[in-house]
Ligand binder design. Sequence first.
Ligand code: AMP
Ligand code: GLY
Length: 416
Amino acid sequence: MKVLVIGSGGREHAIVDALSRSAQVDKIYCAPGNAGIGLQAENVPLKDTDVEGLKAFALDKRIDLTVVGPEASLAEGVVDAFRAAGLRIFGHTKAATRIESSKEFAKELMIKYGIPTAGYKSFDAFDAALEYVSGRPFPAVIKYDGLAAGKGVVIAQDLEEARAALSDMLLDATFGKGRVVIEDYLSGPEFSFLCFVEGSNVYPMPLSQDHKRAFDGDKGPNTGGMGAYTGLPFITADDRQFAFTEIMCKAARAMVSEGCPLSGVLYGGLMKTADGIKVIEFNARFGDPETEVVLPLLESDIFDIFDAVASGRPAPAPVWKDAVTLGVVLASKGYPGKYQKGAVISGLDAVQGRIYHMGTAFRDGSLVTNGGRVLMVVGSGSDVADARERVYRELGKVKCDNLYFRNDIAHCALDK
Ligand code: AMP
Ligand code: GLY
């Protein structure tokens, strides 16, 4: 089988790595890929949103199956275009991707089908939004209604912060179309529940937790994610069962009822509040960096799962290893603000465990940094403490003078 993976980050590297363990896959292409992915697949210089280019490539190379990583490709309609051309593809249609790309669509769906989430109201007029916020307790959660590359959520602590956020989202033309959702503020530990979904068939993956802030102790600015792990001790078997049946399965059935069935990954960004588990957001794709810790635990052949979902038939139930994984992201100093690219990286050969490349390139024969998040080192163990110790031991072997990482990945699981 010839497979094309669309995307260029650590998530796509983990997908390529899982596909490379399949007995059925002979050839993997990745568009556009990165330096590390290029060691396991053939990189194709096409942008992830170049739907026409990707389709022409898949037709020309007679690709058997395409797997989509990023939401931008899904929102661009890559799945619709591939299917119209008779190509098999794993990922949601543009209509189904609204579960991520439109906060209001997702909120209406959850209310209509009784899926637990924070109360909300949506606005497109600045004055009405500001008036609403002023009459409510702070913090206020203000979300831009559309794909905003992770910058679309502001937790405003007071009226001034709320005013600034609403002004950016509703009055500033550069931000986009100008619609916001204002939500009740919830608190509790967050976790990620990724499931393969084909219509109303839902196949859960191990739970994981991301670390969104840049610095230790969950301080500093929000990032794309600085590390993740599986084996969350604070989520009980009952919690997980509730999240599976009352959230993930319900959402899948709701999308069928709405006439836009899912055919890829549904990612529940969930919170365990004092009042039960609630949805913070849905994403229509694999999480990053969650995928890098989840897929190494898959024992089944991932091609069978992708192929079944892409073909609209039930998949074989995935089998998972009885171990936990933990991964730490090495990011360029300065990220998520300004940072430099091109710093030479060495020492990777000595590292035991998996290394997923997030933003690397080869320049003049050397591996160099080429993005904000650069590498993720992933290890496994019998429990979280064991996995954490192994990964941090290996991290010291990576040599590069422009990288930093968090020292406390999995602190929610380990700190007393
Ligand atoms: P989202 O893009 O919707 O996942 O939001 C990004 C982050 O903002 C989440 O991971 C939460 O930490 C926080 N957040 C979003 N919605 C809420 C809420 N209703 N209450 C508290 N925190 C929230
Ligand atoms: N880990 C956060 C995300 O993938 O959206």
